[in-house]
Write a protein that binds this ligand. Structure first.
Ligand code: OSB
Ligand code: MG
Length: 367
C-alpha cells in the first residue's frame, strides 16, 4: 500500500458522564483520529493518548509531535506491505506506542478494505459477538458507587469493573459485592498502591473478584509478583505490559494470572495479537481493555476481542455509555446477553461521520 497522505484530527468529545480514575477526572475525551489515504481508499485509526500524561507518559500533544515529525516521514510515499512491515519502518522510534498504534489501526482498516475482509477475519477471530463489561469511575461514596453500578446492571451489563484508589477501595468494593452477591466484579487501581498497602487491601481477597488490575507502579513487574504471591485473587496487568517481551517477563515471573490487552499501550494491533498468542500458549486468559474509544477504536477492540483467548469480558461498552454523538455513523449497542456484535464489514467496518468529526476538531494536520 502506497501511503499517499496522513491527516491527524486532534479532537475533544464531551463524555456523557465524568470519568474518574486514580490519576484524574475527565469530562471530555481528547484523542487523535488518523486518516490515511492510499490507492483510492481511506483508512481510519484512533490514537488513544489523552490530554494528560496520567495513564502513561503520552499525551495528545506528544502523540501529535511524534506522528507528524517522526512517524510520517518514515512512511509517507512508501509502500507499506502490512502491520509488521509498518513496525519495521518505525522500529527506530523508542516508545510512543499510543502514537504508533493509531497509525497501525488505520493500516489494518486499509488492508481490510482492499481485501474485502473484516478485521475479525484478518485476525482469525472466532466470535460473532463478544462478552463485555463496564468500567465504572471512582464515585463520591460507597453508597454512590452502589447506585451507579445498579444503573449499569439494570441496563444489562453482567460484568462490572470499579476504579479504586487509596481511601476509595475496600469499602466501595465490599458495598458493591454486598449489593450484588453474584455479579462478575473486578477492580482497577491504575498503579495507585504500593507494597505498603497490602494489609489494607487484603479484604479484597474475600470478595470473589475476577481480578485485581494493576495495583502497583506501571513500570514494576517484580513487585506485582510479590503482590500476587500474597493474594488468591488473580492479579491482572494493564500498564506494565507495554510489549510482547513484557508479557513474557510477567508470565515468567508469575507476576499476574491474567493480561489486559490494549493495542494502544502495546504499540499496535499486531503486538496485541502477539501478546494474545503468547498468553494462550501459557494458558493465561486475556481480555480487551478500553480507553474510552470513539466508534473507530471500539470497532478495533471488538475485532480483537473476537480472538479465541479473549476469555474474560472486555471494557468495551455500548456507545451510549460514552458519547451522545459519536464520530461513526454506526453505534454499538448492548445485546440482552451482555454482548456486543463484532463488525463484519471490510476493514474496521465503520463509516466516519465527517460532520461530527469536524465539530469536535481542535486542530487538523495534513502531511
Ligand atoms: O485502566 O482500563 C484503564 C480508561 C482510560 C484509561 C485507562 C483505563 C480506562 C478504563 C475505561 O478503564 C475503559 C473503557 O473504555 O470503558
Ligand atoms: Mg486498567
Amino acid at each position: 500500500m502506497k501511503i499517499e497522505s496522513l491527516t491527524f484530527h486532534h479532537i475533544s468529545m464531551p463524555l456523557v458522564a465524568a470519568f474518574e480514575t486514580s490519576f484524574g477526572r475527565e469530562t471530555v475525551r481528547e484523542c487523535i483520529i488518523i486518516e490515511i489515504r492510499s490507492e483510492g481508499l481511506i483508512g481510519w485509526g484512533e490514537c488513544v493518548a489523552s490530554y494528560n500524561p496520567g495513564y502513561n507518559y503520552e499525551t495528545t500533544g506528544t502523540a501529535m509531535h511524534i506522528l507528524k515529525e517522526f512517524i510520517s516521514p518514515l512512511i509517507l510515499g512508501k509502500d507499506i506491505k502490512d502491520a509488521l512491515d509498518f513496525q519495521k519502518h518505525v522500529e527506530g522510534i523508542r516508545g510512543h506506542h499510543l502514537a504508533k498504534a493509531g497509525v497501525e489501526m488505520a493500516l489494518w482498516d486499509l488492508i481490510g478494505k482492499r481485501e474485502g475482509k473484516s478485521l475479525k477475519q484478518l485476525f482469525g477471530g472466532v466470535r460473532e459477538k463478544v462478552e463485555v463489561g463496564v468500567s465504572v469511575g471512582i464515585q463520591e461514596s460507597p453508597q454512590k458507587m452502589v447506585e451507579t453500578v445498579t444503573d449499569f446492571v439494570n441496563s444489562g451489563y453482567a460484568r462490572v469493573k470499579i476504579k479504586i484508589k487509596p481511601g476509595k477501595a475496600v469499602a466501595e468494593s465490599q458495598a458493591v459485592r454486598n449489593a450484588f452477591p453474584n455479579i462478575r466484579l473486578q477492580v482497577d487501581a491504575n498503579s495507585a498502591f504500593t507494597m505498603d498497602d497490602i494489609d489494607h487491601l487484603k479484604p479484597l481477597d474475600d470478595l470473589n473478584l475476577l481480578l485485581i488490575e494493576q495495583p502497583l507502579f506501571e513500570d514494576d513487574i517484580w513487585d506485582h509478583h510479590k503482590f500476587q504471591a500474597k493474594f488468591k485473587t488473580p492479579v491482572c496487568l494493564d500498564e506494565s505490559i507495554v510489549s510482547p517481551r513484557h508479557a513474557r517477563y510477567a508470565i515468567e515471573m508469575n507476576a499476574c494470572k491474567i493480561i489486559n490487552i490494549k493495542a494502544g499501550r502495546l504499540g499496535g494491533l499486531s503486538q496485541g495479537i502477539q501478546v494474545h498468542d503468547l498468553a494462550q500458549q501459557n494458558n493465561m486468559p486475556v481480555w480487551c481493555g478500553g480507553m474510552l474509544e470513539t466508534g473507530i477504536g471500539r470497532a478495533s477492540n471488538l475485532a480483537l476481542s473476537s480472538m479465541s483467548n479473549f476469555i474474560l469480558p472486555g471494557d468495551v461498552s455500548a456507545s451510549d455509555r460514552y458519547y451522545t454523538r459519536d464520530i461513526t455513523h454506526e453505534r454499538f449497542v448492548l445485546n440482552a446477553d451482555s454482548t456486543i456484535d463484532v463488525p463484519n464489514k471490510p476493514g474496521l467496518g465503520v463509516t466516519v461521520d465527517e460532520e461530527a468529526l469536524a465539530s469536535y476538531t481542535l486542530a487538523k494536520v495534513v502531511v
